[in-house]
Ligand binder design. Sequence first.
Ligand code: G4P
Length: 286
Amino acid sequence: MSEEQNIQWFPGHMAKTRRTIKESLNLVDAVAEIVDARVPQSSRNPEINSLISGKPRIILLNKCDMADAVATAKWINYYKSQNITALAVDCRTGSGLKGFRSAVMNLLGEKLERYRQKGMVGKTLKIMVVGIPNVGKSSFINKMCGANRAKAENRPGVTRGNQWFKIDKDLELLDTPGILWPKFDDKAVGEKLAFTGAVKDAVLDTELLAVRLLETISGDYFDLIKNRYGVEYDEDSYELLCAIGKRRGMVQRGGVTDTERAANMLLEEYRNCKIGRITLEKPEEI
Ligand code: G4P
C-alpha cells in the first residue's frame, strides 16, 4: 500500500458558478448554506465566504442524525461566536427544519421591519440554498416543499438554470445556481469526503482509506468500534482492520484476512451510521 493517497479531482469549473451566484444574489434576501454535520468544514466550498459576502446567512448542519450530537453543539456555538446562525437538521426526516423559518425571520428582522414601515407587508422572502453536491440540498428543498419536487443534477458539465421553489406566500427557495465543489486540492478534505461517501471510492485505494478512517476515529470513538466489532485497541490501524475482518469471518484460505472486503464493509458501515454517530472534524481543529 502506498503511503500517499492519490485522490483524483474533478476539474473545478468555478468561474461560471461564481458568476451565476453573484448575479442571483441580487434576487435573494439571504443564503442558507448546507453543510454535512460530520464534516462541516470539509463539506464547504472554499470560496463560499467571499462568494456570498454581504448577504445574511444561515448554516444548516445537515445529516445531524449521523453526526456526534456533542460535536454538533460545539459547531453551533462556534458559528454563534462568529455571529452566524446555525441549525442542526436532518433533511431526510425533516427533524430540526421547523426552526428554519423563525431563524430566517430573526436573521432578516431589521429588513422586515423596514419593509413594514414602508407598508410592504406580506413580502415574500427569497433564500438561496447553497452547498456542495450530495450535502442534501434537494432533500432540504423537498422537505420544505412538502413534496418530492427538487432533483439536482450533480454531474460535472451539467448546468442547471435558476430553479425557484415556492414554499408558501412568505418564502421562496432558490436552488444553487451552478455547482459548488468542495476544496478538491486539499488531500485531508478529499479524504474526509471519501469517508462519508461524498467522493466516490473508485478513484481511491479502499484499504488505505479504511485504515485512514480507523486512524481518524480511533482516538475519540474507539468505544463505538469496540462495541460494533468486539476488537481491542491497536495502535496500528492496519492491524485493527485485520482484527475487524477476522471478527467478521473475512478470512481467506491460509488464514489470511481479506482486508479488501473488511475495508469495504467498514466504509459502508461508517457511511450508513452503523458504527455510530461520528463527527470527523471539530471546530477547535480549524
Ligand atoms: P444534493 O441535492 O445536495 O446533491 O443532495 P441530496 O438531497 O440528493 O442528498 C444526498 C444524499 O444524502 C441522499 O441519499 C439523501 O437521502 C441523503 N441525505 C440528505 N439529507 C440527509 C440527512 O439529513 N440525513 C441522512 N441520513 N441522509 C441525508 P442517497 O443515498 O444519495 O439517496 P436516497 O437514499 O435518498 O435515495
